[in-house]
Write a protein that binds this ligand. Structure first.
Ligand SMILES: Cc1ncc(COP(=O)(O)O)c(C=O)c1O
Length: 390
């Protein structure tokens, strides 16, 4: 399927940094423009035509999310990003001294720091060691689980190693012990379907900007019945207020204090509609071919060390972290940029993982449905030129 009509052209530079942030799709920009140009107004406030229209569009996104993930409208909360969603669960639940949370040692800081903060409340954070290629051994999880485990928080795909994660299997094992599951789906939603009707997860967070949407908005899914209280309060959340006390609304509005990111939320709706239009099946098939080609580029390259899985079957995401012998990661990224390829370099907000790999950082190529085989051919040449300098 030719998806080029949906995205801004990559004429001079091939965009290989979608794991940091994907390109914003043109239909998303159009939908956001419509809001700003035709019915710009606040939501859920007042009765005039513009606010009625913006409220209708805004509310419509919950319906789209519910259909897209096979969940209920009321189970989604509009948040700024995946990070806020995860923090919201850490801040919005009651914790007791001695409670335990399990995380893996390859998490993005956004799925580690919120749990480490809970140590102040006496919560113990137990660390599940992933394998060096990023795969997670379910047996190691079993050993860590106990009746004290209140939550297992893990990423559906590491943003550094990109190994396939057996999400359902891990979630089921932890649930058998009575733990709740938080899935960090930042690197997942833009690439793979997530059926929350089937998948035994209690909380799931993702950001729109990694799946063709705008920055500044994301969604937190919280399964009906899973205890969660608002971590912010203010306008738009209350049923009644006096100068002494307040009572909150019952539904999800209790979580959305203040004017939300209206245009962005509407843009998120357009982004998931576009994913449905392109189809996850088409996206996965295309990305699988890109993954195969990229792996052969890396495995054939001299002086290049690739981290993470070395076979397409073990890869869960089209992202590749590597270093070039004797060159600093930022140096390599600048050289590749000069040759027309935008790649991220650094620790990718996963310092514990960088330490585990014994590196300060890596260069990361991350692809999406709008990348092509031709771009990878060009990248092979560019990487060869850089690697010669090693
Ligand atoms: C696996 C993972 N989790 C969480 C995040 C945080 O996403 P955001 O910065 O959009 O909140 C990222 C961002 O790169 C990520 O890759």
């Amino acid at each position: 399927m030719d998806v080029s009509k949906f995205f801004p052209p990559q004429e001079k530079v091939a965009y290989f940094d979608s794991a940091a942030s994907s390109l914003t799709a043109l239909p998303v920009l159009k939908k956001m423009d419509e809001y700003y140009l035709q019915y710009r107004s606040n939501v859920h406030r007042g009765a005039h035509r513009f606010t009625r229209k913006s409220s209708e569009e805004y509310e419509g996104v919950y319906k789209k999310l519910a259909k897209f993930f096979h969940a209920k409208e009321s189970e989604f909360i509009s948040v700024r990003n995946c990070t806020e969603g995860i923090n919201g669960v850490a801040l919005g639940r009651e914790w007791k001294e001695g409670d335990e949370v399990i995380v893996t040692d390859i998490e993005h800081h956004s799925n580690l720091l919120p749990w480490l903060q809970l140590k102040k409340k006496g919560v113990k954070v137990r660390v599940l060691e992933a394998e060096m290629d990023g795969s997670v051994d379910a047996e190691k999880l079993r050993v860590l689980l106990s009746k004290k485990t209140k939550l297992f928080a893990f990423s559906a795909c590491s943003n550094v190693l990109g190994a396939k994660v057996p999400v359902e299997k891990l979630a089921k094992i932890a649930k058998e012990e009575g733990a709740l599951i938080l899935l960090d789906a930042a690197q997942y939603v833009g690439h793979h379907p997530l059926d929350l009707g089937r998948m035994p997860v209690d909380f799931m967070a993702f950001s729109a900007h990694k799946c063709f949407g705008p920055t500044g908005v994301g969604a937190l899914f919280h399964r009906e019945g899973a205890q969660l209280e608002p971590w912010f309060v203010g306008g738009g959340t209350v049923r009644n207020v006096s100068t002494e006390e307040f009572s909150l609304l019952e539904n999800r509005e209790r979580f959305e204090a203040g004017t939300p990111a209206i245009a962005e939320w509407i843009g998120l709706g357009a982004a998931i509609e576009l994913i449905s239009q392109i189809g996850y099946g088409n996206m996965e098939a295309h990305e699988k071919k890109l993954v195969g080609k990229m792996l052969s580029v890396f495995l054939d390259a001299e002086n290049v060390k690739l981290y993470g899985p070395k076979s397409a079957e073990e890869k869960g995401c089209a992202l590749f972290s590597f270093n070039v012998k004797s060159l600093a990661h930022h140096e390599v990224a600048v050289m590749l940029d000069n040759l027309g390829f935008a790649l991220r370099s650094g620790h990718h907000c996963a310092i514990p993982l960088a330490k585990k790999l014994g590196v300060e950082g890596t260069v990361r190529a991350s692809l999406h449905v709008y990348n092509t085989q031709e771009q990878i051919q060009g990248f092979e040449e560019a990487l060869g030129k850089v690697a010669k300098l090693a």
